[in-house]
Write a protein that binds this ligand. Structure first.
Ligand code: NAD
Length: 473
């Protein structure tokens, strides 16, 4: 059993004041593998004090000093790559390839922040003014469970580059990963108090971050529901917020696309991270007259995907993170059937032979209409909804008919058409013909998918205040 009973404040691992113990459960087996002792409001306050005390000198460090620190953070993660990946597999049920990718991404995030820092102009001259960028202050970082390493490091890298100190509240479901990641931060040897990490609940530690006057900015990734709560809670102290929230991303396949490539890619993209990715393309739009072909290709793709133990090298789809979330996905599958969608493959229950964990059958629905629950709500499981359109106009209108606006996918042989569609889609990131993400470019959402942008220079800018000085010479 692994017992996580320390939080990290002012450069030291200390026991929290909080007394609540939460069991940690392996999603692959539903067996407990450890526990975490949660911090409380008192712990959050101590962490904030430490970050505030460290800010005075850290905000004056040189670009070179901070670039060195970012390099050390990246190196520290690469040094414990295997352990970090194993923890990701145990705690989240991430397939091995995915887990390794997540750790590499976490290390790369610090290098991207370092490069952004080295290129950034902290002083600009505009007319008779000198315009100076200064660190915004102490940043409260609050993250979800689904990609803890990359989310925390993207936010932390930007903060360090900007010269800000931080308090971090990771998801309570990622305590083992948090412990290892924090050990990496400690090994990187930044000044005490620059990075503080407090395990705890959103309603205690998270809430303290959002109302505490000594925090200047909240950088949050999580659900739209909690994002809205955070925005409300930060009004009185006038905090800046960066909110990376949920999605219901459209995937538009035009008639001229290579369907043999586009449809398998659409299915796989929807199932990324065991179907638990904010940018998953969960609504697939195809021309009405191609529906039968699409259904066949989707079915064949699902049949070729290995659902299995995350530790096995060829597993594509592992379990859902918690039993609660598993039941929620089952609820959505049932809703889809009840509301009249056509089940192409998958459905309720466990896949054969995988009854012991939170495994969901990879599921595809066709004849989904815009009013159905599965077309509107974020499911956070491997459930793809196929909708049909008659005209491209209709496809774009349906794609935009959602409160969300995080990602969008387009497949077509006509690149000019793809770019034209991209300009009409309300989403922060548009991926054309299977192109991947550019991690140095901004990432974030339109509409209810968020506020602000992360990664690269955009993430750095989000952590800076701007001061205009005239008469300086
Ligand atoms: P969640 O919103 O339930 O929790 C996220 C974090 O907020 C957790 O650390 C939680 O403890 C904390 N929290 C909860 N209530 C709080 C409060 N009142 N005040 C302060 N903090 C509080 O999300 P989750 O279930 O952990 O993660 C899944 C969600 O995250 C999905 O909606 C997904 O789309 C979203 N997500 C978005 C992105 C993105 O970049 N846009 C990336 C990954 C996940």
């Amino acid at each position: 059993m692994k017992t996580m009973e320390h939080i990290y404040i002012n450069g030291q691992f200390v026991k929290p004041h909080g007394t609540q113990i939460q069991p940690l459960v392996n999603p692959t087996t539903r067996e407990p593998f450890g526990s975490v002792l949660l911090g409380d409001e008192e712990d959050a306050k101590l962490a904030i004090q430490a970050a505030k005390a460290a800010l005075a000198s850290f905000s004056r460090t040189t670009v070179q000093e901070r670039a060195d620190m970012l390099q050390r953070l990246s190196d520290a993660i690469m040094e414990r790559m295997d352990e970090l990946a194993e923890a990701n597999i145990l705690e989240y049920g991430a397939p091995r390839m995915m887990a390794v990718g997540r750790v590499k991404l976490a290390a790369a995030n610090f290098i991207d922040s370092k490069e952004a820092l080295e290129q950034f102009e902290f002083v600009k001259y505009i007319g008779k003014a000198k315009v100076v960028s200064e660190p915004v202050g102490v940043i409260g970082i609050i993250t979800p469970w689904n990609a803890s390493y990359s989310q925390i490091t993207a936010k932390l890298g930007a903060a360090i580059a900007a010269g800000c100190t931080v308090v971090i509240k990771p998801s309570e479901l990622s305590a083992l990963q948090t412990q290892l990641l924090t050990e990496c931060f400690h090994a990187a040897g930044l000044p005490a108090g620059v990075i503080n990490v407090v395990n705890g609940l959103g309603t205690t530690v998270g809430a303290e971050f959002t109302r505490n006057p000594d925090i200047a900015m909240i950088n949050f990734t999580g659900s739209t529901r909690v994002g809205k709560e955070i925005r409300r809670a930060t009004v009185d102290t006038m905090k800046r917020v960066t909110l990376e929230l949920g999605g219901k991303s459209p995937n538009i396949v035009l008639d001229d696309a290579d369907f043999a490539k586009a449809i398998p890619a659409a299915v796989r993209s929807c199932y990324t991270n065991n179907g638990q990715a904010c940018v998953a393309g969960t609504r697939l739009f195809v021309p009405e007259h191609r529906l039968e072909e699409v259904k066949r290709l989707a079915r064949e793709t699902v049949e070729s995907i290995k659902v299995g133990l995350p530790s096995e090298a060829d597993t594509v789809l592992g379990p859902i993170v918690t039993e609660k979330q598993y039941l929620q996905v089952q609820h959505y599958i049932r809703k889809g059937i009840e509301e009249g969608a056509e089940l192409v493959i998958g459905g309720e229950g466990h896949p054969d032979g995988l009854e012991q964990g939170n495994f969901v059958k990879p599921t595809v629905f066709a004849n989904v209409t815009e009013v159905m629950t599965i077309a509107k709500e974020e499911i956070f499981g491997p459930v793809l909804s196929i909708l049909t359109y008659k005209t491209e106009e209709e496809a774009v209108a349906m794609a935009n008919n959602t409160d969300y606006g995080l990602g969008a996918y387009i497949s077509t042989a006509n690149l000019a058409k793809a770019n034209e569609l991209a300009s009409r889609i309300q989403a922060g990131v548009v991926l054309i013909n299977g192109a991947g993400f550019e991690m140095k470019a901004p990432f974030g959402g339109f509409k209810h998918s968020g506020i602000g942008r992360e990664y690269g220079v955009y993430g750095l800018e989000d952590c800076l205040e701007t001061k205009t000085i005239t008469g300086y010479d």
